[in-house]
Design a protein around this ligand. Structure first.
Ligand SMILES: [Zn+2]
Length: 163
């Protein structure tokens, strides 16, 4: 099932050279974005490996685990600004939690009613609330720069939404 990946990696490593970049975020940046496969965080933000800490989950949500990674990125790994990048046409936006549960229950044939998928019907309000969660975290420095953006998966445009 993974032979294609191993084949690709053989070609990749044949040309790979260790750039020697450190594990810290060279551009002082942490990015939280969605798992949507149309988003290429490095290319869309003009970044290269080594520039930023990239955290991804469905909906680009500030979950406990995303916050855990952000706390580490900011306090130990060189990030001094956080970009939360939601996007257009997100499967987690525009549906209710019950609709997502129903779709998964239908796909799987098992009851998904006990699960939280963090769907939202108001993407901007959710983005604003999530940014507040980062700012309010006691382990974040008071001068941390945090902003929210919407990435358009059809045009590639990044629009500031919450500053
Ligand atoms: Zn998404």
């Amino acid at each position: 099932m993974f032979d294609d990946l191993l084949d690709a990696n053989r070609r990749f490593r044949a040309q790979f050279h260790d750039s020697g970049v450190a594990g810290k975020a060279a551009k002082g940046l942490a990015v939280l974005t969605c798992i949507d496969s149309r988003i290429d965080p490095l290319a869309s933000l003009g970044l290269r490996p080594g520039d930023a800490k990239i955290i991804r989950n469905a909906g680009a949500r500030v979950t406990d685990d995303a916050l855990r990674s952000l706390v580490l990125a900011v306090n130990l790994l060189g990030a001094n600004r956080v970009c939360v990048m939601a996007h257009t046409d997100c499967a987690m936006a525009g549906s209710t939690e019950d609709q997502i549960r129903a779709r998964i229950t239908a796909a799987r044939g098992v009851d998904a009613s006990g699960w939280e998928f963090l769907a939202t019907t108001d993407q901007l309000a959710t983005l604003r609330d999530d940014i507040e969660l980062i700012r309010a975290c006691p382990l974040m420095p008071p001068d941390l720069v945090v902003a929210g953006f919407i990435f358009d998966v059809h045009t590639g445009a990044l629009t500031p939404a919450i500053t």
